[in-house]
Design a protein around this ligand. Sequence first.
Ligand code: SF4
Ligand code: SF4
Length: 329
Amino acid sequence: MLSHRFKPYHVPLFLAKYAWLAARRRPVLVHFEVTLRCNARCGFCDYWKTPAEAKADELQSFADAARFFNPMLVTFTGGEPLLRRDLEDLVAAVNEAVRLKYVTLITHGAMLTAERAVALRESGIDQFSISLDYLDGRHDVARGIPGLTERIFRAVDAMRARGIDNIRFNTVIKDDNLDQLLPIVERAASLGCGVNFSVYTDAKNGNRTHLIDGVRLAELDDAVARVLDYKRRRRGVITNSDAYLEMVPQWVRGELTEPCRSGERTIHLDPAGRVKRCPDFPTDFHWRDFERYEPIDCDACFYACRGEAQAPLRLSRVRDVMGHARPVA
Ligand code: SF4
Ligand code: SF4
């Protein structure tokens, strides 16, 4: 599912850039964590405890780093990136620095308005990814933001009305939202949006509350099977590969043994420009001193960014990329 900004002829250009980066063993995807501050209160992440003074260490531009890595995929993330009032400038500078790329913004959505989204799109954001783990008040409680779910849907309606065509919900599969996976997909489809799933881990701060335990495994199998069935009938809404979704129950059961390739194809830069192999590992060096990462024997998470790197490229993946989520009644 690509933004309508991109045309089919862009696909071979992206494939060529991917091959070029892979041959040089350079990261394909660079996440810019523009701040670690956050105004949510999630129980499974401690970023919101970042003191306000941390703002002083945040880079005023990520353009030099973007030019250095010249990635194919760029993500602006946090913390909550919309807390940066200069986010549009940060995006525009990176947009200017890298020619062929696809740029995503990850946000909890509480501060997203159609006006800001339009400004960000003009600065270079191609895709808006909004966290959404439940369709009901459980999402507000989990994120510690009253009225959040309603705010998200209000913003999405307004963004769609302004012609923003590539909005995705990022949904974390947890112990208590297995009943929500397909309804979130159906709601997204009705709005002309997409959904990308990840699976819950306690790697962020050790909170094991939402791990999927033995009694829920059959429920997980069933929920994933329904999502896959939907995906095979209608491409372009669910943006994970089939292979990733098939591997989720295997990872939860501890059946996957492949080393993690985070750091090879994807890296994270913290707000001060220090590099880490993934969001949950400490930083290793400044981006100017970048050294290639090797695969690591870690199985602490199965985020989509980790799992997709392990997923084989199948024809269905190409159909996913070319499919578009058009609103359905
Ligand atoms: S998970 Fe996201 S929204 Fe929640 S505290 Fe962490 S950065 Fe903020
Ligand atoms: S499995 Fe990979 S991405 Fe996940 S925490 Fe470990 S090193 Fe990071």
